[in-house]
Design a protein around this ligand. Structure first.
Ligand code: HEC
Length: 167
C-alpha cells in the first residue's frame, strides 16, 4: 500500500510533502490490525479458567503420587497466564508475584514430593487466589476445592517424579 502511494505521489510531483501522509495512513492501518489482534488475545477470564482447572488437577496428581503431572500442572497453570502479559500489562505483575511468592511453597512441596506439605500449602494458597479476586473486584469468584479433578481423562494415580517433566 505504501509503495502504491509513493508511486502515485511521485507522478504528481508531491513525493516529499506527500510521503509522510502515506506513511501515517499505513501506520494507522497497521495500528488497526494490531488492535484487532490484541482484542482477539485473551485477557484474564479465559486463561483463569485454565488456571482453575490445572490447579484442581494438580491436587489429585499429588494425591495419586503422580508428581510429574503435579509439576506439569503447576508449570502450565503459570504459562496459561502468558497472554495477559500483552493484554493486561498493568495487572500481569500481580499474577507473576503470586506465582513466584505465594505459590512457591506449593512448588517446593511438589519438588520434594512431600504429600503432607503439599496438602497444607495447597489448601493455604486458595486464600491467596481469592484475595486477588477480591482485590481486582471479583470477590464473587471464590475458588473452592473440588471433590474430583476438573479433567477426568488423565490417570492421576500413576507413580512419577517431579523431575520427569521435560524442560
Ligand atoms: C493476579 C490476580 C489473580 C490471582 C493471583 C488469581 N486470580 Fe483467578 N481471576 C482473577 C481475575 C481478575 C478473574 C476474573 C477474570 C476477568 O473477568 O477478567 C479471575 C477469575 C478466575 C476464575 C473464573 C474464570 C471463569 O471465567 O470461569 C477462576 C476459576 C479462577 N480465577 C481461579 C483462580 C485460582 C485457582 C487461583 C489461584 C491458584 C487464581 N484464580 C488466582 C485474578 C486472579
Amino acid at each position: 500500500m505504501l509503495k502504491k502511494c509513493v508511486q502515485v505521489l511521485a507522478v504528481t510531483g508531491l513525493i516529499v510533502a506527500g510521503s509522510s501522509l502515506c506513511v501515517s495512513a499505513a501506520g494507522e492501518d497497521m495500528q488497526k490490525q494490531i488492535d484487532g489482534i490484541m482484542a482477539a488475545i485473551p485477557k484474564f477470564a479465559v486463561p483463569m479458567r485454565e488456571v482453575g482447572d490445572r490447579f484442581q488437577n494438580m491436587y489429585f496428581a499429588a494425591e495419586g503420587g503422580n508428581w510429574g503431572l503435579a509439576s506439569y500442572m503447576s508449570k502450565y497453570m503459570d504459562k496459561a497466564m502468558n497472554p495477559a502479559k500483552l493484554t493486561k500489562p498493568k495487572e500481569y505483575p500481580a499474577w507473576e508475584s503470586f506465582y513466584k511468592d505465594d505459590f512457591a511453597a506449593v512448588n517446593k512441596a511438589i519438588a520434594a514430593e512431600d504429600k503432607a506439605a503439599f496438602n497444607k500449602e495447597f489448601n493455604a494458597v486458595i486464600a491467596s487466589c481469592n484475595e486477588c479476586h477480591v482485590g481486582m473486584g471479583y470477590g464473587f469468584i471464590q475458588v473452592k476445592k473440588l471433590a474430583a479433578p476438573a479433567d477426568q481423562g488423565i490417570e492421576y494415580k500413576l507413580s512419577s517424579k517431579a523431575t520427569d517433566v521435560p524442560k
